[in-house]
Design a protein around this ligand. Sequence first.
Ligand SMILES: [Zn+2]
Length: 261
Amino acid sequence: MNEVFRPEFLYGMLSILPAAVWAFALVGWMITDEIGSVEGWTGIGAVVGLVVVAFTTKIELLSLGACIGLWVAGVLYPLIRLGMINRANLQIDVEIMESAYRQLDEKNNDIGAKVQLARVLYKRGAHATAIGLLAEAVQSGPEGMDQEARTLRIWQSLHGESPKGRKIRCLRCGGLTPANERYCRKCTGPVLIYEAGGLNVLRTAPLKMFYVWLITVSLVILAPGFAVALPFPVAAACILALVLLAVLLMHRTARGAVGQG
Ligand SMILES: [Zn+2]
């Protein structure tokens, strides 16, 4: 076959663009401290490894796999980016709610804190819970809560009233808690923060896609690539290192330590 038309060459060329996008993204995340340097450099190593495999392997399927692996990364990149932005916004809302929780822990009838909680819940789409909380705040609050009363009427006209004795299901443990209480009756977690989506912040969701990608390409493409290209002892050592790295990353992801650098 003609040198220029080797399929590996084509797959290699097609790999360069997503590889560049992905490598720049990883460097950026390391600079902004969104991923640790271990994860960042491992990711860049995987990108370089995939490009090398795509260009050099004698096995067409492996070359194609490396190319696809990089394009998957290119598609994942905007999704992960979006996930990070959403998470940052959610983080801000969770901090507002945590501060309201602290105020209410000190003073159980802190109207301002209740209004604050209701506003965040409403914004996050937990309309019924927000309406119930705001109704409670307006009823028990002093005169002159005209603005809050007006907001409440608008919310109620859009979504209906929140029925008395309504219960919410804890998103962490599944237990039921009256909607006017702040802590889950079963697991004692801050149930309103979970209701507003705050559980996602605690679980560091978006970067998991990156780790799943990294572990998958390491085991499915890079390890066989090493096995084909390198003499046995070197290949075995490289594959062992890859597996150890994958285990380390899974462990760090499971602990939720990622993103703290
Ligand atoms: Zn619970």
